[in-house]
Design a protein around this ligand. Structure first.
Ligand SMILES: Nc1nc2c(ncn2[C@@H]2O[C@H](COP(=O)(O)OP(=O)(O)OP(=O)(O)O)[C@@H](O)[C@H]2O)c(=O)[nH]1
Ligand SMILES: [Mg+2]
Length: 485
């Protein structure tokens, strides 16, 4: 029933989108990425660079001077809050702090007026393209793969993962509760609450910086929003058998029902209202953090990315597939924060991420969609330099580490600029996947300190220059360049 209604609604939405599109072409750009991957920063920098004519040599429409005007417009969806661009950009430019982690969905429309590249189209009228961009908490993305998964499968996978060596300690309290539980006994709310809380605590522990694990559904357990404490969030994976009818009111039956409710009230609306209407997709990946945390984190990231990519082009037979009347025709996978590396390592980072998503892209049958991989930094917080050590020139990056960050026992105050030797990424990609980067073997972890956003230089006339970036222009050209011809 829900599904039929959903389909009708999507079809209508898409018709409305299309109808409007005839007069006024729009591109709905999905910005996906696990939490902290850099979505909000990417959107903020993209808007700023387009609004202020940033340095974007590889973005042809801009570099050739064909863009006449760029402005923010009222967004098309009344029920979605506006992306707080002004607030985010003020934080970055004036306070030099990064935007807060995102707690809810928001949207913005950016309109570009341009002159067509071909003389014939120019004859008619100047072109106009609206770009609708949606931002949301990265945790929610982890939920999409649940849509086509029943409770028994979700439980089996979650429990297997919780027992992995890297996770078993963090999952200890949850696994101990499971060991004492008779899943066929009548469910009581206290026990259910304890199970669900122990499971959520374990997911939160997995996400800490040092472990940096990625595969952590359900996403709302990490970022509950206004659903905190509701029954749809009060469940946990239990060791249920597939295809068994458990007695009504038993733990197994109650938790299975709540899992289904979670999918219906949380996951499906998110997919329906957002993902089913996208034209283009950028998937941001913070591979450096995973590489620094070790091979387990890298493999975990690989699994999470494969699950996510599969949702971009689901098969027609699935619930998700049945909703899609539009198809994403371009997917860019972007390794973010490459400003933590010296230029020499960018290609290696790109290769590593390409390797991570290659299988998934092959499997997901993206025929008809163009895919690409790029190493990027939406906001470049560092610049490159070299220092001479015993007659040898070493490449370094220079930036202002965030107050409290440490390298080799030295604590930074948030004001002092520092040169950091960024370390090398290995050329052998399979080695990263197998062993990670092992300290003390010539492959030191990429020294990982977080830097403050850059201080913007001013021209002699007092104008602030646009936000520096790495290959944001290449990303833009891939994502919307063809729509501005
Ligand atoms: N140096 C550098 N750091 C970045 C860049 N992009 C993101 N970061 C860092 O990564 C953090 C997370 O970026 P966000 O854009 O907030 O990430 P998000 O994907 O929106 O995260 P959620 O909202 O939690 O899902 C920031 O606070 C910065 O510390 C970048 O281009 N360069
Ligand atoms: Mg965000």
């Amino acid at each position: 029933m829900t599904s039929l209604a959903d389909e009708a609604r999507i079809a209508l939405d898409n018709l409305a989108d299309r109808g409007a599109g005839l007069f006024h072409p729009t591109v709905r750009l999905g910005v996906a990425g696990l939490s902290r991957a850099g979505k909000t920063v990417f959107i903020t920098s993209l808007i700023h660079n387009l609004l202020h004519g940033g340095r974007l040599p590889l973005f042809e429409a801009q570099s050739s001077g064909r863009i006449k005007r760029t402005y923010l417009e009222e967004q098309p969806d009344d029920a979605v809050p506006r992306f707080q661009y002004e607030e985010h950009i003020r934080a970055v430019l004036e306070d030099r702090v990064w935007p807060q982690s995102t707690r809810a969905i928001s949207e913005l429309r950016l309109t570009i007026e341009y002159e067509s590249a071909s003389g014939w189209s120019r004859f008619f009228s100047p072109g106009k393209l609206s770009l609708d961009i949606v931002d949301y908490p990265g945790e929610w993305l982890l939920d999409l793969p649940l849509i086509d998964k029943d409770y028994a499968t979700f439980s089996r996978e979650s429990i297997e993962r919780a027992r992995l060596p890297s996770r078993a300690t963090m999952a200890g309290p949850y696994l101990a509760l499971l060991a004492d539980l008779d899943i066929t006994a009548p469910a009581d709310e206290q026990t259910s609450g304890r199970l669900s809380a122990a499971f959520a605590d374990y997911l939160r522990a997995c996400r800490a910086d040092t472990t940096a694990l990625s595969t952590l559904p359900p996403g709302r357990f990490l970022m509950p929003g206004d659903l905190e404490g509701s029954p749809a969030l009060t469940f946990a994976p239990l060791p249920v058998e597939p295809n068994v009818d458990y007695a009504k009111g038993s733990f197994a039956a109650v938790h299975a029902r709540r899992y289904e409710a979670y999918k219906t009230v949380v996951v499906k609306p998110f997919f329906r209202d957002h993902f089913a209407r996208l034209d283009r997709q950028i998937l941001l990946v913070d591979a450096l953090q995973a590489i620094n945390a070790g091979p387990e984190a890298v493999r975990d990231l690989e699994t999470a990315l494969a699950d996510i990519l599969a949702c971009f082009r689901p098969g027609r037979a699935s619930w998700m597939g049945s909703l899609l009347t539009r198809r994403i025709d371009r997917i860019l996978v972007a390794a973010t924060k490459s400003d933590h590396l010296h230029r020499e390592s960018h290609q290696r980072l790109e290769n590593i991420v390409r390797r991570l998503v290659d299988d998934a892209i092959g499997r997901a049958n993206f025929s008809g969609a163009t895919t690409d991989v790029v190493a990027m930094a939406a906001i470049r917080a560092t610049r490159e330099a070299s220092v001479t050590d015993r007659g040898q020139a070493l490449p370094v990056i220079v930036g202002t580490p965030i107050a409290g960050e440490e390298i080799a026992g030295e604590r930074f105050d948030g004001e002092t600029e520092t040169a950091v030797f960024p370390g090398d990424l290995p050329t052998d990609v399979s080695r990263v996947l197998r062993e990670g980067i092992v300290p003390g073997r010539g492959l030191d972890p990429v020294t990982f300190v977080r830097f403050r956003p850059p201080r913007l230089e001013r021209t002699a006339e007092g104008l602030t220059l646009s936000l520096p970036h790495i290959r944001l222009d290449r990303a833009l050209e891939f994502l919307i360049g063809d729509k501005l011809r």
